[in-house]
Write a protein of this length. Sequence first.
Length: 122
Amino acid sequence: MTRPREQHDREQRILFEIVVDAYDDMERAMGWYHYLSDVLDMPFKARCKTLRSISPLDVGDEVQVVAMAAEDDCMSEVFVLVEYGKKKLAVPLAQLDCQSQHTETSQAVKDWHYWVARGYAY
């Protein structure tokens, strides 16, 4: 994955809305978790954009994102629940391209992708 150039507006939003006052990994993880929980308009459609060894999804698979995974599951990266057959399965949000027409949902997912691509961590 190519590291994107710094995007000032996105950096400002992340620093002042998402991880504001976060002093350690746990606080940054909770900042992201609560921001995404508040902003994502679920359910929304998404398409798998990359393979991950922890996920059964293949590139191009379309899924319905129905909820955030449990808080405890999102302490190292953000996971969302998708409908997978008759079950709900947690997959990394970084693996999914948002197909939602909801502007805030699309922006929030792109914010997370940017954070990951820039190599930032909790």
